[in-house]
Design a protein around this ligand. Structure first.
Ligand SMILES: NC(=O)c1ccc[n+]([C@@H]2O[C@H](COP(=O)([O-])OP(=O)(O)OC[C@H]3O[C@@H](n4cnc5c(N)ncnc54)[C@H](OP(=O)(O)O)[C@@H]3O)[C@@H](O)[C@H]2O)c1
Length: 270
């Protein structure tokens, strides 16, 4: 059965830019009621104004998702305003680039915190609200925005790949646990996307570039996320390039390692 987004109550993390922002706009266009969260309050406020004419509604709540106090504040907001939640979209995330041996523990912890612990703990916090939505005739869903790098890791992004692999493993396990409760756990894995992602890197050396051949736009990824939600697709990997990398890594791991060593690490970093 196709999931209707009209009048659905949806929480979107990372709504201040890129994929999350595009998703909020498209969901409101479809008549959904969206709570957008991120740290930059001015960005969220601008988004709220952009959505003022509906047909859906957009609410905003600024804060740092890696803080349990903000996750609790989100849950409290839902309790006060909605009393249930149809869809949780764990989209907020941040990357880091550079050799593992040249970084420190803090970078690893920061990347794991925002890409893995925060969405996992936010989900725990929201589960009672998702359960409360079941009586409305809608099937609740959790949509995790992963990455192609949750399926095949690449060099110079060790922390990010580890965090996205963790998210994928956690999603797979949670999907089975929540199936008996009729709550979907879905995952969309984008490949390189035009957004502010590479301008907001965690503790990465200056001047390091990540190849962004054949990037998708945030709007295209948001459309794919909506399609995953509407069709309850358990996992989708985006772009032909992304799928090729995953396929090559699975069937020809040694060749893929060699190609990555040659083409994904600049000479100065080898
Ligand atoms: N861009 C890509 O190439 C790419 C590829 C594959 C997967 N992805 C995934 O797609 C998702 C969205 O990324 P994007 O490309 O749209 O990047 P983006 O434009 O940088 O957006 C990231 C969003 O996450 C929010 N965020 C980051 N840290 C946060 C924190 N501690 N607390 C609350 N919010 C936080 C940011 O808001 P504030 O800064 O205002 O807090 C922003 O709204 C991420 O999970 C990313 O890993 C991206």
């Amino acid at each position: 059965m196709r999931r209707s987004l009209k009048d659905a109550k949806i929480l979107v993390t990372g709504g201040s830019s890129g994929i999350g922002r595009a998703l909020c706009l498209k969901l409101v266009e479809r008549g959904a009621h969206v709570l957008a969260t991120a740290r930059r309050e001015d960005r969220l406020e601008a988004l709220r104004q952009e959505c003022q004419n509906g047909p859906g509604t957009l609410h905003v709540l600024a804060g740092d998702l890696s803080q349990s106090s903000h996750r609790l504040a989100i849950s409290k907001w839902i309790g006060e305003h909605w009393q249930s939640l149809d869809i949780l979209i764990n989209n907020a995330g941040a990357g880091a680039i550079g050799r593992f041996d040249q970084a420190d523990e803090q970078r690893l912890r920061q990347v794991m915190e925002v890409n893995f612990f925060a969405p996992a703990e936010l989900t725990r916090e929201c589960l009672s609200w998702l359960r409360a939505a079941r009586g409305s005739g809608r099937k609740p869903a959790i949509l995790n925005i992963g990455s192609v790098l949750a399926h095949r890791a690449v060099p110079l992004k060790t922390e990010y790949c580890a965090a996205k692999f963790a998210m994928r493993g956690w999603s797979e396990s949670l999907r089975v646990e929540l199936a008996t409760e009729s709550i979907d756990v879905l995952m969309l894995s984008p490949s390189t996307t035009k957004s502010e992602f590479f301008d907001s890197l965690v503790q990465s050396p200056e001047g390091i570039k990540s190849p962004s051949v054949g990037s998708m736009t945030s709007e295209q990824v948001a459309d794919a996320a909506i399609s995953v939600l509407v069709r309850s697709k358990r996992e989708r990997i985006l772009s032909w390039g992304g799928r090729l990398l995953v396929w090559a890594g699975r069937f020809f791991p040694n060749v893929t390692d060699r190609l990555l060593r040659r083409f994904a690490i600049p000479k100065a970093q080898r």
